[in-house]
Design a binder for this molecule. Structure first.
Ligand SMILES: C[S@@+](CC[C@H](N)C(=O)[O-])C[C@H]1O[C@@H](n2cnc3c(N)ncnc32)[C@H](O)[C@@H]1O
Length: 273
């Protein structure tokens, strides 16, 4: 990775994510104390997608500080979370301890490019990537390679992320202003705040992101030996990306009924052949 032309972008993103992880830990959006108190497990659509995970080994790529990862441990899986932010990974291990889940949870600090080596070739029954993740990766091909290399034969991928059409839309409205496809050049994002606290200023302002079209994601997975079993596009997402989105149950934000229904997130399930 050090020799890659993307290395400076990834290093800048990591610095930003270290700062954001610290801010997010204090946020009402993640509400870590509430999560610990309420013993929240996986969300209803996650349970619907993966069913009973008791006894399964589950890997969560780009796990942030592990709330979604640990929710699966609460549901009976043995979980591993991986993220490149040491701040996020240290917090995840601490939360696991406080939740009494550390016997069934481990966390690895590594970038996606280093994931296969960092996991020592370990294989899992389920590999997950959840919302807000793929846009930080320059190459969807590389991510698909990691997914394939971390699954046992017959193992499943659960991907829920922002729809690439939604990433193409302007910050202010539904106009398409950004590329829909993966490009070598990243988007440069200088927007202040973060999705948990729009008004909280950050020291590390600039980040670099990449879009990946649905076709690119699916083709990369097929090329790496995965069989797509479901693809669902949703008119909801998990944060108030635009001020007119309507909040609903379990953190969903949907398009109001008097506006065109556009895809805001998607879920993809696949099986390693
Ligand atoms: C929006 S957060 C994901 C939130 C997640 N859905 C959750 O469970 O809360 C994106 C995460 O990706 C991580 N990340 C970004 N680029 C990465 C990379 N190249 N390798 C590994 N982790 C990365 C960040 O540190 C951050 O924790």
């Amino acid at each position: 990775m050090a020799d890659s032309p993307d290395a400076p972008f990834i290093a800048a993103n990591q610095a930003q994510w270290d700062e954001r992880a610290a801010l997010h830990l204090e946020s009402t959006f993640y509400d870590v104390d509430g999560w610990l108190r309420n013993e929240r497990g996986p969300k209803s659509w996650e349970v619907q997608a993966l069913g009973d995970v008791t006894g399964l080994r589950l890997l969560h790529l780009q796990c942030h500080f592990g709330l979604d990862t640990l929710a699966w441990a609460r549901a009976g899986a043995t979980v591993t979370g991986l993220d490149f932010s040491p701040v996020a990974i240290a917090a995840a291990a601490d939360i696991a301890e406080r939740a009494g889940l550390s016997g069934r949870a481990s966390f690895v600090c590594a970038g996606i490019d280093e994931a296969i080596a960092a996991l020592n070739g370990a294989r899992f029954h389920v590999t997950c990537t959840t919302i807000g993740s793929l846009c930080w990766l320059p190459s969807i091909e590389r991510w698909a390679e990691v997914v394939a290399a971390t699954l046992v034969s017959g193992g499943r991928l659960y991907l829920h992320d922002v729809h690439p059409v939604a990433w193409s839309m302007a910050e202010e409205d539904f106009r398409l202003t950004e590329t829909y496809f993966e490009e070598a050049e990243p988007w440069v994002d200088d927007s202040p705040g973060t999705y948990t606290d729009a008004n909280r200023p950050r020291q590390v302002q600039r980040s670099y992101e990449w879009n990946h079209s649905l076709g690119e994601i699916i083709t990369a997975l097929i090329r790496h030996g995965l069989r797509i079993t479901a693809l669902t596009e949703h008119d909801w997402t998990l944060w108030s990306r635009w001020p007119w989105l309507i909040p609903g149950a379990e953190g969903k934000w949907s398009v109001p009924t008097d506006m065109p229904r556009v895809p805001l997130s998607f879920t993809l399930l696949a099986e390693r052949t």
